[in-house]
Write a protein that binds this ligand. Structure first.
Ligand code: SAM
Length: 324
């Protein structure tokens, strides 16, 4: 892992947060004392030789800064990392990059911008009301929610392999409905009480909420009747019994987001070959994410073999495939 991506890892961020808070505090104190010094200099009798007008300006500036700080605090409670473990603040450069990537996949810049913005509002709303969170970075989530409807899946059957809290599926249902579709959702997950990932340390979710079927049902309920009607299959996607239970149809959308190891992804892609409808959109989550190198590895190998899938492109950390 490069030192840059090490610094960006959730663990490093958590460890470095006290240092960042300390630096923020120091900067803030320096700004405050500079503003106070300027105010003292400019008030009557100060360095400006009694220019009362400037003193009033400076007082207003101090008040405005105070107001902005309060607003920022409120904003951070809504979008900051506290209680969720990941920030939903957006920076201009990644957002512009995402617009461009989604526009390239969809062939329509205006629709890409509209959908990404709608997806962002939906993400914030779902995480505010729901149990748990949607997994992953903000750009990746908005990319998936925004892009899938724009790729015009051939039918409304949606399969998510690996759901965690079911909140992404709830969002996808809503995004597809906004596009005039009638999504029918199937979900496969072991619901192990934590997020299972081979080779990764298992620890409680940063939101503190248990990963269980009850949470998934609550979150799907937020997506209205189509969410409430979702078919939930408990089990591992590689288990023959799990596969048999949900291989009764051809899916127009398949989101592969379960076992992130190269072997696990390879198995899910093989299964997806069998159950994808002609023209289906297959999304491979966390593709190119340095934390999960096995995902790209598995797709690269898969695409070299005999396959119905062609690679459409990527947006943030997701790859998009189309079935023939
Ligand atoms: C990254 S999370 C899914 C996040 C979710 N799709 C979202 O966007 O919020 C991965 C999920 O897959 C589950 N999982 C792990 N191995 C699996 C397997 N073999 N089959 C199905 N799900 C699996 C994990 O327990 C976890 O709930």
């Amino acid at each position: 892992m490069s030192s840059r991506s090490m610094l960006r890892s959730p663990l490093s961020r958590r460890l470095l947060r006290p240092v960042a808070d300390l630096i923020d505090g120091r900067i803030e104190r320096q700004v405050r004392s500079a503003v106070a010094r300027t105010a003292a200099e400019r008030t009557p009798g100060g360095q400006d030789g009694g220019d009362g007008g400037n003193g009033v300006d400076t007082e207003r500036l101090v008040r405005d800064v105070e107001l902005l700080r309060r607003r920022q605090l409120t904003f951070e409670l809504l979008l900051g990392p506290r209680g969720r473990g990941i920030s939903r603040m957006v920076a201009e450069a990644p957002l512009e990059r995402l617009y461009a990537e989604v526009a390239k996949l969809a062939g329509d810049r205006d629709a890409a911008v509209r959908n990404v913005a709608a997806a962002f509002r939906l993400l914030v709303a779902l995480e505010s009301l729901g149990v748990g969170r949607i997994a992953g970075g903000t750009m990746n989530i908005c990319g998936k929610l925004g892009t899938i409807p724009l790729l015009d899946p051939p039918n409304d059957e949606v399969l998510e392999i690996g759901t965690l809290y079911g909140m992404f599926s709830a969002g996808l249902v809503r995004m597809l409905e906004r596009d005039g579709r009638s999504p029918k959702l199937t979900i496969v997950d072991p619901f192990a009480g934590v997020q299972l990932q081979p080779g990764s340390e298992q620890r409680p979710d940063p939101t503190g909420a248990p990963v269980d079927e009850r949470a998934v049902r609550t979150n799907l309920g937020l997506a209205g009747p189509a969410g409430a009607a979702a078919r939930i299959q408990r089990g591992f996607s590689e288990d023959p019994a799990t596969r048999a239970a949900v291989s009764d149809r051809r899916y127009g959308v398949i989101v592969v987001d379960g076992d992130h190891s190269a072997e696990g992804v390879a198995r899910d892609l093989e299964w997806a070959e069998e159950i994808a409808a002609p023209g289906a959109v297959v999304v491979l989550d966390d593709y190119g994410d340095p934390h999960w190198p096995g995902i790209k590895e598995a797709l690269d190998v898969h695409l070299k073999g005999e396959t119905r899938f062609s690679y459409l492109g990527r947006a943030a950390h997701s790859a998009y495939l189309r079935a023939s």
